[in-house]
Ligand binder design. Structure first.
Ligand SMILES: [Zn+2]
Length: 258
């Protein structure tokens, strides 16, 4: 490999978009590590004009803004800013910790599964290279019987990705479908519940079952994400829909308990 000037993990630019195509192309040709020539980091390969502080590629002879021909290294502040941008640009925000899922699922009274089905199906679209319709997919959770097929599909995708990546997993689509059936059964039983106490109990068990489906499946998915992205893996940001569904659940909780 020899000396490898271009790092494979960095902000990517099309050289021409910076208007410095020629200089960079020449530099790329000199590089032995041809595999990595398409990606390089700003921090390593850029400098700043000594007169106007314009950022210029390392190969520039003159500043394209003011024409000055002296340069200095990127200032520490700018370099660390760029480093932070690089880190962010390279990170994959996909992980969802069990604690977050449990809290959200319980607070939302089990409604969180809609969001979970939506967000993970959306994330998985990249992996399956199939067209995913996350919103419709999530909404199928209200369709009796069909919901079971969709959940089966959802967990099959996760299971096969994990298995394919060599992640040992206990996730089993049939078990998830059985849990979903149990949750439906609890829902139907609650229609016949005679006392508020029984109703509450059935509701709580139903929430526990739904939460189990989410946490179990996400466990396998998190393990897969680690094999796929390693150190670049970050937690998924809290979505607006996620916040709303939990907030709605809290209101329902308050009305139920009041
Ligand atoms: Zn300048």
């Amino acid at each position: 490999m020899g000396r490898q000037r271009w790092r494979s993990s960095g902000l990517t630019f099309k050289p021409d978009s910076l208007g410095v195509g020629r200089g960079l192309q020449a530099k790329i040709r000199c590089d032995e590590a041809s595999k990595n020539t398409e990606r390089y980091t700003m921090r390593d390969d850029y400098k700043q004009c000594a007169q106007c502080d314009e950022i210029a590629p390392g190969t520039s002879e003159f500043c394209r803004k003011c024409g000055h021909n002296e340069f200095h290294e990127l200032s520490p502040g700018l370099a660390s800013k760029l480093e932070a941008i690089e880190t962010l640009a390279n990170s994959e925000s996909l992980r969802m910790e069990a604690g977050r899922l449990i809290i959200a699922s319980v607070l939302s009274g089990g409604l969180y599964i809609f969001y979970w089905l939506y967000i993970t199906w959306k994330q998985l679209a990249k992996e399956t290279e199939e067209e995913h319709f996350p919103v419709w997919h999530a909404l199928t959770w209200v369709v009796p019987v069909y919901q079971l097929f969709r959940l089966h599909r959802h967990t099959t995708v996760i299971q096969s990705l994990a298995t394919g990546a060599g992640v040992p997993t206990t996730l089993n689509p049939s078990t998830m479908v059985a849990l979903a059936l149990a949750s439906t059964g609890l829902g139907m039983a609650s229609l016949l519940a005679v006392s508020p106490g029984v109703l509450m109990l059935l509701g709580l068990i139903g929430i526990a079952v739904t939460t189990t489906i989410i946490v179990w499946s996400q466990g396998a998915l998190n393990a897969y994400w680690v094999t796929r992205h390693g150190d670049k893996l970050r937690s998924a940001p809290i979505g607006a829909a996620e916040g709303l569904i939990v907030l709605f659940g809290i209101v329902v909780w308050i009305l139920t308990l009041a």
